[in-house]
Every structure is written in structure tokens, then in C-alpha cells.
Design a protein around this ligand. Structure first.
Ligand code: ADP
Length: 571
């Protein structure tokens, strides 16, 4: 509980009890006062009137007129002050007896009057006794409440008196002791207060301060410099380029490899922002562009008259400062990983694939030719089994030829040896040629292909006719491969801005959205599919279309078919 709350509660309660005590005290005193007043008015007066009447009666024989007047005056006053039970009857009797005494003054009648007066006096004396009993009870109640409340007040005051000074003084003493310890460079000192929240906060702040002092103490300047040197040497000796930027993009660190590839000198960079350096440096400009719009493609940099390839990674730096809980962003590090050896291996592999596929093409074509000749009746009749065998050799040969063709295409694309013949092509012609190529394949599954042209006959695209037909073929054969028996495929050719879009929609198995990007990568096939293929078709298609300044894409969902499309610019 907070110290402030404790104090407010203790003192507040004490205040309320004191107010209550005063109210109860004054209420009871008022009650006692009114009880006394009642006795005075109701009974003491009646006693006085009765006494006056007895005195008047005593003098009635000597001083008759004044005594009678006195008696009657006091009798009237008594008639107005009837407060006790039976007093009214006694007073009426007194009145009657006095009137008859005035008519005839006898001793018996006087005696009756005296008896009436004694009765009235006795009744009032009893009244006084009863009311005084009530006053005693009231006084006792008052004593009880005042003593009880007084005791509670005393207890609270007692607790506050003995507890408060200790609660406040104890942590202050402890804190004074700990501060002295810190002053004597004992930075291991920590304080732990139990109880109020304010002191807990104070202890936490003190402990953070001690922790920070301990950290500063343990890292002396020389060890700090040593650590800095060690890290700098390590970063400088890395084969990867490292550029450190603070939160305002000031370059605070750059290693030798980064200086080498950016062609910069250290003096040109110190105290400058990356944007200032980028004004005169192409590579820095590209790196900054990549920070805003990250790309996956490696960066090609020519240094030492050699092509080098770097993969860019941007690492945001967030640290938790001593004594704080939240991470704070303090800048980023640009890492340029040198992947030239891998790229060289990749080129070697591509060249190898290109050579192999080129060398294989001729013998495979020869095998196909041989198979066709064998199938010719002129060379003798073949039985059914031999024909079956020949058919499967022919199919396998065709498949091999397709694969080597695809591999050759891919290696051409990768080595940049692709030669495009861009010319004005009629979209209709491209579609018709592609459809013709897959007609037989579609017939095998009884799949119909419909075509819709939503453009003018005069709309020509600038494209390489053969490569575009190849892409279209690939889309169509994939659509047939992934469609079910008796379904249909729809081709739509339409204008889209300054391009023409070719879309091929099938109602087949569809592709999960998470694979949409990957299917355009080399050798990727959707997991769980057992289709014959190489996983190269879409990668080559993407390359062909992008080389022709076009765009390629897919819209698909599992069991809802797929639409593959590409756009090529209008002439
Ligand atoms: P492949 O030679 O395996 O067909 P592609 O690059 O042409 O290679 O296609 C890559 C993968 O994309 C295929 O393995 C297939 O799983 C998926 N795919 C391509 N087209 C379709 C389609 N029309 N319907 C469903 N899946 C498709």
C-alpha cells in the first residue's frame, strides 16, 4: 500500500472519530440539560406553589384577605402546571375543598385541603425521582460512548505514533547508508524496501542507478577502446561488405570491402548521411533504393575488372538500454554478402546443362528417326508387342527431346545468350498456332478450347513470335495436364491499357496462394503433385515474357481452377 494512502486512512479515521465524539458529547449534554429543565418546570414549580398555598392557609385566620388571594393565585398557577398522573384530580379536589372551606371555615375542611396539598407534593416528588433516574441513564450512555470512541481514537493515535516514524525513518536510514556505500565506490550495493509503493519505486530507481554506475565502472576507457578496435578489425576483415547507418541514416561504420566496392574513401563518408553520399555514388543510390523497396535479385558490381555478385541484407538494429525494458531502434546495417563463388558455380552448371542438352539433342533426334523408320511397313511387319514397345520408345524420346529443349532454353536465358526477334505480331495468330500445337493433347482428354478476342484485328503486339507461342503452349499444356476429363479451357485476348493480355483459364485442380510466387522459380513443382514435368516451363515463360518487357502472373485457388496470364506491349 502507498504511504500516502496509509497516512490518509489513519489520520482520516482519527478525524472522523473525533468529530463523532464531539457530536455525541454535545447531544448527550443537551439531553441532560433538557431533563433537568423538565424537572424544574414540571415538578419543582408545583412543589413551590403547594408550599405557598400551605403558608397562605397558615395565615388565613390572621390576615384573611391577603392569604386567600395568595392561595387562589398559587392554585391557578398549579392548575396550569399539571404534569404527573393523578395530579389533575388532586388539584380539582383541592379547588373544591378550598371553595367549600371559604363558605364554612371548619377544622375538618382545612385538614382536607392540607391532605390535597400533601398529595400534590408527593406526586411531584415521585416525578422528580423518576426523571432523575432517566437523567442518570442518559449520563451513563454518554459516558459509555465517549469512553469507547475515546479508546478507539487513542488506539489509532497510538498505532500511528509508533508505526509512522519507523515506516518513514527506516527506509531513509537504509537509503542514507546505501548512498554512502555508492559514494565509497561500492557499486554492488542494492536496496530492497518492503511495504509502501513509493519506497519500492525509490529502491528500483536507486538500483538502476547503481547498476549503470557498475557498468560504467567495469568498462574503463582502455577496455572500451580495446573492444572497439577488436570489433572494427573483425568487421574490416570480413569478406562481406558492411555499412552501418544510424537512425538518421548517418554512416557511422563502413568496412574495407564496402569501401572497395563502392569506390569511396573513408574521408568522403565521415559525418555524411547515406543520401548525401548517394548523390555521387551509383551503388549507394541503388542500396538506398533497395532499403525502401527490398529486392531479392543479387547486385552485380564490377571491381578489379571482374564481375562480382552480392546479396543484400538489411538488418535493423534494436537495443535494450541498461535499466530499460523497451527495445529502441538505433539504425540499420547493410550487409552485402559476396556470392560470386556461388554465381560462378551456377554459371558452370548452366554451361554444363547447355552443353549436355545440346549434345543430347542430336542423338535423341536420331533415335526418334530410327524409331519412325522401324515403324515403317517397308522394313518388315511388327507384331503387336513390338509396336507397343516402339510407341513407348517414341513417347520417351519425345519427352527427352522436350526436356533437353527446355534445359537449352533455360541455359540460354540464364547465360543471356537468348536472341529475341521482336516484331509486330498478330495476337490471333499467336493463339491459333499455340492451340494447334496442343490440339492432339486436348483431344486425348476430350477437352475443348474456346477463344475470345476482345480487341481489333489491327491491334498488333511487339513480341518474339516463337517465344510467345512457346509460352502460350506451356500455359495450354499445363492447363490440359491439370484439367479433368471432358472439361474446357478458355482463352481470352483483350486490351489492357497499352498492352494486350492473354489469359488461359482452366477448371482444374488449382494452386494454393502460398505457391503462386514459387511456381515461377526454376525446378519448382507444387508439392504432392505427381505430374510428369521438370518444373522449368513457367520459369522459362517468365523469363521470355520479362525479356520482351511484359508481365506474367497467375490467379488461382485450390479446386477452383487457375488463370495464367501474360501481357505484352502494343506496337
Ligand atoms: P512442369 O513441367 O512441372 O509443368 P511448370 O513450371 O510448367 O513445370 O509448372 C510448375 C508447377 O506449377 C507444376 O508442377 C504444377 O504443379 C503447377 N501448375 C502449372 N500450371 C498449372 C495449372 N494450370 N493448374 C494447376 N497447377 C499448375
Amino acid at each position: 500500500m502507498k504511504l500516502k494512502t496509509k497516512l490518509t486512512l489513519g489520520v482520516g479515521l482519527l478525524f472522523i472519530l473525533i468529530v463523532l465524539l464531539s457530536v455525541i458529547g454535545s447531544v448527550y449534554i443537551n439531553k441532560l440539560k433538557s431533563d433537568t429543565e423538565k424537572i424544574l418546570i414540571a415538578n419543582y414549580n408545583s412543589l413551590e406553589f403547594s408550599q405557598n398555598m400551605i403558608l397562605a392557609l397558615d395565615k388565613i385566620n390572621t390576615d384573611s384577605a391577603i392569604a386567600i388571594k395568595n392561595f387562589q393565585k398559587n392554585n391557578i398557577l398549579q392548575e396550569k402546571n399539571l404534569t404527573e398522573f393523578g395530579e389533575k384530580e388532586a388539584t380539582q379536589n383541592l379547588n373544591l375543598h378550598f371553595k367549600s372551606y371559604l363558605k364554612e371555615r371548619t377544622y375538618e375542611k382545612e385538614k382536607l385541603i392540607r391532605e390535597d396539598l400533601v398529595k400534590i407534593m408527593a406526586l411531584n416528588m415521585k416525578g422528580i425521582e423518576r426523571k432523575s433516574d432517566i437523567a442518570i441513564i442518559t449520563a451513563e450512555n454518554a459516558t459509555f460512548w465517549i469512553v469507547s470512541l475515546g479508546t478507539i481514537c487513542f488506539l489509532i493515535a497510538f498505532v500511528l505514533l509508533f508505526n509512522l516514524p519507523q515506516t518513514i525513518a527506516e527506509p531513509i536510514n537504509q537509503l542514507t547508508f546505501s548512498i554512502k556505500q555508492i559514494a565509497n565506490k561500492n557499486y554492488n550495493e542494492r536496496v530492497h524496501f518492503k511495504g509502501s509503493e513509493e519506497f519500492n519505486d525509490l529502491a528500483n530507481s536507486f538500483n538502476i542507478m547503481a547498476e549503470k554506475l557498475q557498468e560504467y565502472e567495469s568498462s574503463t576507457l582502455s577496455t572500451q577502446l580495446m573492444d572497439k578496435k577488436r570489433i572494427e578489425t573483425l568487421v574490416n576483415n570480413m569478406h562481406d561488405a558492411v555499412i552501418g547507418l544510424d537512425e538518421n541514416h548517418f554512416i557511422y561504420m563502413i568496412n574495407d570491402e564496402a569501401l572497395k566496392i563502392t569506390n569511396l574513401r573513408k574521408e568522403e563518408i565521415i559525418g555524411k548521411t547515406a543520401h548525401e553520399v548517394a548523390v555521387n555514388n551509383d551503388l549507394m543510390r541503388e542500396l538506398l533504393k533497395n532499403i525502401e523497396h527490398p529486392v531479392n535479385d543479387p547486385i552485380k558490381i564490377v571491381s578489379d575488372h571482374k564481375e562480382n555478385y552480392f546479396e543484400q541484407e538489411i538488418v535493423p538494429i534494436n537495443i535494450v538500454k541498461t535499466g530499460e525494458k523497451e527495445k529502441k531502434y538505433i539504425g540499420k546495417v547493410i550487409l552485402l554478402r559476396n556470392i560470386t563463388p556461388f554465381k560462378e558455380l551456377d554459371f558452370a552448371k548452366t554451361n554444363f546443362i547447355a552443353t549436355i542438352s545440346h549434345e543430347l539433342k542430336t542423338p535423341i533426334a536420331a533415335i526418334k528417326m530410327g524409331v519412325q523408320l522401324l515403324g515403317n511397313q517397308k522394313f518388315g511387319e511388327l507384331n503387336a508387342q513390338q509396336q507397343e514397345l516402339l510407341k513407348s520408345i517414341n513417347e520417351d524420346g519425345q519427352r527427352l527431346l522436350d526436356i533437353t529443349g527446355e534445359l537449352l532454353n533455360l541455359s540460354q536465358v540464364e547465360t543471356g545468350n537468348i536472341r529475341l526477334q521482336i516484331e509486330g505480331c498478330a495476337p490471333k495468330e499467336i493463339v491459333q498456332t499455340a492451340v494447334k500445337n496442343v490440339e492432339k493433347l486436348a483431344e486425348q482428354k476430350n477437352i475443348s478450347i474456346t477463344t475470345q478476342y476482345l480487341l481489333e484485328d489491327s491491334d498488333f503486339i511487339s513480341a518474339d513470335f516463337d517465344k510467345t507461342v512457346w509460352v502460350m503452349n506451356n500455359f495450354l499444356s499445363n492447363a490440359i495436364k491439370h484439367s479433368f476429363q471432358d472439361e474446357s479451357i478458355e482463352i481470352v485476348v483483350e486490351k489492357s491499357g497499352a498492352s494486350v493480355q492473354f489469359s488461359i483459364t482452366d477448371t482444374g485442380s488449382g494452386i494454393d496462394e502460398k505457391y503462386h510466387r514459387q511456381i515461377f522459380e526454376r525446378y519448382f513443382q507444387v508439392p504432392g503433385e505427381h505430374q510428369n514435368g521438370t518444373g522449368l516451363g513457367l520459369a522459362i515463360s517468365k523469363n521470355f515474357i520479362e525479356k520482351q518487357h511484359g508481365e506474367i502472373g497467375v490467379k488461382s485457388a485450390p479446386n477452383q481452377g487457375s488463370t495464367f496470364y501474360f501481357r505484352l506491349p502494343l506496337v
